[in-house]
Ligand binder design. Structure first.
Ligand code: ADP
Length: 368
C-alpha cells in the first residue's frame, strides 16, 4: 500500500458527528511508511478528549482492517490549550449578553428551514423575549427577503455590525453585508473563517435568545459552531418526504455527538392548508373531500393531506428524536415571506401562524 492509497483510505474516517472526513479537514499532517511500519501524524484541533480518542480509534481501525502493516504508530499533536486564563482566552465568538443560542438546521436546502427560523424568532419576540436571528447561510442567505430588510447594517466606532431592528427582533444576515451569495469557490477553511469573523463582528447587546439559521447539511460551519459556541439546543426541519431519509438522523447524530440537545424535528410542508371566504352563504362541495360549511362570516379552512398523515411522528419515534409538530403548505406562508413579513406577523390568526406559535411554546418549555 502506498501513501496515496493510505490517504484514500483515511478519507473514510469522518470527523465525529460530521459528514466531512479528516483528510478534508487537513488533520492528517504526515504519513511515513518504512517497509510495513506506518507512522501517521494527526493534528486534531479540538481539545475534547472523547473526540480526539474517537478519531485515533477510527484511524487505527481502518488501517488495521487492511492487514497491510506490521506496526501502526499514530502520533497526535497536543490538544489546544483550554481557555482557562484570560491571557490565553481567544476573543469570544459571540458579542453580547445572550442567555440562549438555539440552532435551526436541516439535512438539505429548500425544506423551509429559514422560514421556520424567522417565524419562530418573531413568535418568541411576540412572547416578550428579546430575540435575535442570525442567518449563517453563506451561499444562499434568504432572511433579508423573508424579513423584508433592504437597509445596510450600521457599524459602531469599534467596527462592529449592529443588527437590524425588524418585526420586533434583531436580525443579521450574510446577505446584508455581501449583498448576494458568497462566491461558491469559498470552501472549507475560508467559509469557517468567514463565519467566525462574522460572529465576532456582530454586536448583539442583551438577548434572551439568539436563533441561528444554519446552512443545510453538516459541514465546516457546523463544526466551527459546535467547537466555539455553547448551543442550548437544536431544532431540525424536514419535509414529509425526507423523514425516512438519513438526513434527519445525520443532523441529530451531529448535534448529539457534540452534546447539543436535539429539541426535536419539525415536519414542514405537511399537508395543504387552504383558507378563504365565500359569499352568499354558499357551500363548497369538493370532489373526494366532501361538503365544507363556512362559518357565519363565510370563512372556511381546509386541510388536505398530500402524503399519508402521521408519517413524521412515526418516523421521528423510530429515529429517537422528539416530534415538535407539523406545518402545512400554505400560500399565506409563501406570500407573507415573499412580501417581507413573516406569516406570524402578516396573518397572525391563520392556522400557519398558530403552528409557529405552538413551536415557540415548546421552545419556551425547553429553555425553562
Ligand atoms: P430553506 O431555508 O430550507 O432553504 P426556505 O425557508 O427558504 O427553505 O423556504 C423555501 C421556499 O419554500 C420559500 O419560498 C418559502 O416561502 C417556501 N415555504 C417554506 N415553508 C412553507 C410552507 N409551509 N408552505 C408554503 N411555502 C413554504
Amino acid at each position: 500500500m502506498n501513501k496515496d492509497q493510505i490517504i484514500h483510505l483515511l478519507k473514510s474516517v469522518n470527523y465525529p458527528g460530521f459528514t466531512r472526513d479528516i483528510i478534508s479537514f487537513g488533520m492528517v499532517k504526515n504519513i511515513s511508511l518504512d517497509d510495513r511500519n506506518l507512522t501517521i501524524n494527526l493534528n486534531i484541533t479540538t481539545a475534547k478528549d472523547d473526540v480526539r480518542k474517537t478519531i485515533v480509534a477510527d484511524v487505527r481501525n481502518v488501517l488495521e482492517a487492511t492487514k497491510e502493516f506490521t506496526d501502526i504508530n499514530i502520533q497526535v499533536s497536543d490538544p489546544p490549550a483550554e481557555a482557562t486564563s484570560t491571557a490565553e482566552a481567544p476573543a469570544p465568538l459571540v458579542n453580547g449578553d445572550i442567555k440562549h443560542i438555539v440552532a435551526v438546521a436541516s439535512g438539505k436546502g429548500g425544506v423551509g428551514k429559514s422560514t421556520v427560523a424567522a417565524n419562530l424568532a418573531v413568535a418568541m419576540a411576540k412572547k416578550g423575549y428579546k430575540t435575535g436571528l442570525l442567518d449563517l447561510d453563506i451561499y444562499g442567505p434568504s432572511l433579508p427577503i423573508i424579513l423584508g430588510i433592504n437597509t445596510t447594517p450600521k457599524i459602531t466606532d469599534e467596527k462592529k455590525l449592529i443588527p437590524v431592528d425588524v418585526h420586533g427582533l434583531k436580525a443579521m444576515s450574510f446577505g446584508l453585508i455581501s449583498g448576494n451569495k458568497a462566491p461558491t469557490i469559498w470552501r472549507g477553511p475560508l467559509v469557517s473563517k468567514m463565519t467566525q469573523q462574522f460572529f465576532r463582528d456582530v454586536e448583539w447587546g442583551n438577548l434572551d435568545i439568539l436563533i441561528l439559521d444554519l446552512p443545510p447539511g453538516t459541514g465546516d460551519i457546523h463544526l466551527t459552531l459546535t467547537q466555539h459556541i455553547q448551543l442550548s439546543g437544536a431544532i431540525i426541519v424536514t419535509t414529509p418526504q425526507d423523514m425516512a431519509l438519513a438526513d434527519v438522523q445525520k443532523g441529530a447524530d451531529m448535534f448529539r455527538k457534540v452534546n447539543v440537545p436535539v429539541y426535536g424535528v419539525v415536519e414542514n410542508m405537511s399537508g395543504l392548508q387552504i383558507e378563504g371566504t365565500v359569499t352568499n352563504n354558499a357551500q363548497i362541495d369538493l370532489k373526494g373531500v366532501g361538503v365544507i360549511n363556512p362559518d357565519e362570516n363565510g370563512r372556511f379552512s381546509l386541510r388536505m393531506d398530500l402524503f399519508k398523515r402521521g408519517g413524521g411522528l412515526k418516523e421521528s419515534k423510530r429515529l429517537g428524536v422528539p416530534f415538535l409538530g407539523e406545518i402545512p403548505i400554505s400560500s399565506e406562508i409563501t406570500t407573507a415571506s415573499d412580501e417581507g413579513t413573516p406569516v406570524v406577523s402578516a396573518y397572525p390568526n391563520s392556522t400557519s401562524a398558530r403552528c409557529y406559535h405552538d413551536l415557540a411554546n415548546q421552545l419556551e418549555g425547553f429553555l425553562s
